[in-house]
Design a protein around this ligand. Structure first.
Ligand SMILES: Nc1nc2c(ncn2[C@@H]2O[C@H](COP(=O)(O)OP(=O)(O)OP(=O)(O)O)[C@@H](O)[C@H]2O)c(=O)[nH]1
Ligand SMILES: [Mg+2]
Length: 305
């Protein structure tokens, strides 16, 4: 065994929109998880792998914990439960600029049940005054026995390297669990769908962002060009109209933004085709919701081959 090398799994949980995916992307140094200002952006657990000379940290980003009132929300909460299995460290994240909120209790509750190092990450400190931190730390320390409580700003990166150092210090000694060049478990095919969803969520508001799902129909790579076709599924005709926009303008902007980012991330020219389809109440239909689980889709793709 490599002497003093540490490795293991760190799951990050918290209510929607506190900045879990932003922090995972920062620590990994690659975009593995999409980020928007809308709550309930992340829908599946996604691993982001951080390699350091002395450690490999596998971060698990999770959907924001909230009351499950649709089949989709139930699947999202199942993803959180899966992400808690067999991990080394659990990190609960709160939005420090909003203080400790009633909505944080579901994540704290899970934190209290975790055996092993328990971290509290107080994110978005760029939005608050330093003196306000102390009383908040005091309030939080009464909620659970935290191994570490770390104020951080995933946005400005203040405290981010300290988070990594402290996580590494709490991991067990062990060999790397993934090859050093791998930084996520999510295949590019599904990342492509997520990038489209991010742009579409950012381009819309109110109930539209959460009513969308993206299905990747085609992902064909030849040496010079990557051809991707996706369908954005919405629940109602009105939402489809909003997404397409006057003269198709909104959809065009979404597709262009997604294509540019994918070309940058994947380092290849991309041809991206985006369609929109209405699928009434898909969020309440367990079968349709299951189709969005990329791990399940992967199994199906390999069965077909
Ligand atoms: N000011 C500030 N904004 C932040 C910080 N971290 C994240 N954000 C913003 O908060 C919003 C939500 O960030 P996400 O990373 O998508 O949050 P999340 O916890 O993954 O959200 P869900 O996937 O919905 O659970 C985005 O607009 C981010 O840019 C931070 O440290 N400071
Ligand atoms: Mg997220």
């Amino acid at each position: 065994m490599t002497p003093n090398f540490r490795s293991g799994f760190v799951t990050i949980i918290g209510r929607p929109n506190v900045g879990k995916s932003t922090l995972v992307n920062r620590l990994v140094g690659h975009k593995v998880s999409i980020v928007t200002s809308r709550p309930q952006t992340t829908r599946n657990r996604i691993q982001g792998i951080v390699n350091r000379p002395n450690a490999q940290v596998i971060l698990v980003d999770t959907p924001g914990i909230h009351r499950a009132d649709t089949a989709l929300a139930r699947q999202m909460m199942d993803e959180v439960n899966h992400a808690l299995e067999g991990i080394d460290i659990l990190a609960v994240m709160i939005d420090a600029s909003e203080g400790l909120r009633h909505e944080d209790r579901l994540a704290l509750e899970r934190g209290r049940h975790h055996r092993g190092p328990l971290f509290l990450l107080l994110n978005k400190i760029d939005r608050m005054s330093k003196p306000a931190l102390l009383p908040l730390l005091e309030v939080c320390s009464r909620e659970a026995q935290f191994t570490e409580m770390i104020p951080v700003s995933a946005l400005t990166e203040d405290g981010v390297s300290l988070v990594l150092d402290r996580l590494v210090a709490s991991l067990p000694e062990g060999e790397p669990l993934f090859p050093a060049d791998q930084f996520t478990d999510q295949p590019e095919r599904f990342l492509a769908g997520e990038i489209v969803r991010e742009k579409a969520m950012r381009a819309t508001r109110q109930e539209v962002p959460q009513a969308m799902a993206v299905l990747v129909e085609n992902f064909d790579e030849d040496p010079k060009l990557l051809r991707i076709s996706v369908t954005i599924q919405v629940e109602r005709e009105g939402q489809k109209g909003i997404l397409i926009g006057r003269g198709g303008q909104t959809l065009k902007e979404i597709a262009t933004a997604a294509r540019k980012e994918l070309e940058e991330i994947l380092g290849i020219k991309v041809f991206l085709e985006v369609r929109v389809k209405v699928q009434p109440n898909w969020r309440d239909d367990p079968r349709r919701v299951q189709q969005l689980d990329w791990r399940r889709q992967l199994e199906q793709l390999s069965d077909e081959q």
